[in-house]
Ligand binder design. Structure first.
Ligand code: FE2
Ligand code: FE2
Length: 243
């Protein structure tokens, strides 16, 4: 059974969404952030953005709830800029794959590096992380969640855009229970083109909350027990079982 998880992504330096996340953190056992915490196209200076992200993360971590952060394509320059930051020792970053104790239960969590900039090298890292985690789950069965910024290619959660082909292959091979993705902001809202917020590869549930700018709260997921609920302002609340 999964702990209570709040999963947000594609916040793109939106301070209103940063504040909303802090206000809601203590209702959950684990906070997952799917990347694109910065915005390379914003007018705001990148150093200012990164400083604001650090302040936000320090407050989020100080809530006492474990926080996991995947790299997005807006976040990975300079490389690994959050590593070693004061007050963020417990922040779980890309490259982490292991057991997390949250809400009195154990789960496997794999946090992936960004693949749209680092290319083939990052793809190999992702395959290695999933392969190791699959072996661990075979020895010790427990719920397994993967956090990866780009959705798998050819799935309804990256409708109208190119997804990540090597992730699609790795998921097919290793079958984690849940892959939380982001990056393709419009996909859940393009049902006319076959877009969805969730899809399946075999027994693996894939999700992408999407992003709608200038809303008072971000599109997000809430996980409780074995169900995941999609929340997006103006859209009906939808829940599906994870496994
Ligand atoms: Fe984004
Ligand atoms: Fe992105």
């Amino acid at each position: 059974m999964f702990p209570r998880v709040l999963a947000v992504s594609d916040l793109h330096a939106d301070r209103t969404w940063f504040a909303w996340t802090i206000r809601h953190a203590t209702r959950f056992d684990l906070i997952c952030i799917g990347g694109d915490v910065c915005d390379v196209f914003a007018r705001e200076d990148p150093d200012q953005q990164r400083a604001a992200v650090k302040r936000w993360l320090v407050r989020l971590v100080a809530s006492g709830v474990p926080v996991a952060l995947a790299e997005g394509n807006h976040d990975d320059r300079p490389h690994r800029w959050l590593e070693g930051a004061a007050g963020l020792d417990s922040l779980l970053l890309a490259g982490f794959s292991g057991t997390v104790c949250a809400g009195g239960s154990q789960m496997l969590l794999t946090i992936c590096p960004d693949t749209s900039v680092e290319g083939i090298a990052a793809d190999r890292v992702v395959e290695g992380l999933l392969s190791e985690a699959a072996a661990k789950r075979a020895r010790e069965p427990m719920p397994w969640m993967v956090l990866h910024h780009e959705p798998p290619d050819g799935t309804p959660i990256c409708c109208g855009a190119e997804g990540n082909r090597s992730l699609a292959d790795a998921v097919t091979r290793h079958q984690p229970d849940l892959v939380v993705t982001a990056h393709i902001h419009e996909s859940p809202f393009r049902k006319d083109r076959g877009g969805r917020w969730h899809a399946w590869i075999g027994s693996t549930l894939l999700v992408n909350s999407g992003q709608m700018p200038d809303r008072p709260w971000p599109c997000h997921f809430r996980i409780a027990d074995n169900d995941i609920t999609w929340r997006a302002l103006g859209q009906p609340r939808e829940t599906v079982p994870i496994r």
